[in-house]
Design a protein around this ligand. Sequence first.
Ligand code: LHQ
Length: 262
Amino acid sequence: MADYETLILDIEDGLAIIRLNRPERLNALSNALKAELLQAIRQIAKPDSGVRALLITGEGRAFCSGADLAEGGMSTDRDMGANLIATYHPILLELAALDMPVISAVNGVAAGAGMSIAISADIVLAARSAYFLQAFVNIGLVPDAGSTFILPRLVGTARARAMMMLGERLPAEKALEWGLVYDVVDDDKLAGTAKALAQKLAKGPTVALSSIRKLMVASHDNSYSEQLTMEAMEQRKTGRTSDCVEGVMAFIQKREANFTGR
Ligand code: LHQ
């Protein structure tokens, strides 16, 4: 298994846990962390990795404070668009393409691109003391790393625009009220709750879970009839899995299903 310096990757019983690990910088996305995050996602994505769910969280008091602002200076001739395309987009696109559910456990602040990563997960759990911050405008930038795509779809355009333009903290409880997160739990319960949820998903019918991911993304842009067709196509696939046979058998035999991910 690869050695990482800026994150911790644990793989156990089909569950991969990535802990962003630059706590002294609130897990800011340095070039090294971005490179390792991509490497970890690629390791997890390998068909022989055995991974069936991914949980992402942060070490220390933050989830992730976004781009590392201390690295490489901030001169005006820097092409931040090129930086996004070269280093952020592969992470976001390969994360989105994973054939497994992704959960984020937001243990503290999720700011800038860190918020983008947090809310790109299928299920977002937040600690009660955590908060979300569209920090970009505070440093004269536009939201990036997918924030302008994901945020309005989760909370609606009125709230998304205000968050993006005001650059104010959104506390976890309010994020829950707005539909940005699935649930908020006490700080000392976050790690355990998120792991239990992720373990449940890692033992789930992986093909169906992966199809749910694809269907949910596609529903943003598809027409109703296109979406119905896509549901039928994905159902053709899931209907042929052994997990579907097992699920139905388990129901009939009144026992727990033992899904294998195939
Ligand atoms: C940090 C950071 C950080 C470095 C805290 N970098 N050190 C992509 C591509 C290309 C270009 C640009 O944009 C992007 C996407 C983006 O993500 S842009 C948005 C970048 N992020 C931000 O603007 C957030 C900056 N951070 C903050 O506003 C605050 O630190 C927050 C609100 C996150 C937390 O505040 P506090 O709890 O008061 O902590 P702090 O500010 O004291 O931070 C603790 C330390 O971490 C501190 O270092 P120090 O040596 O003083 O202890 C900070 O300098 C460092 N740190 N965020 N992003």
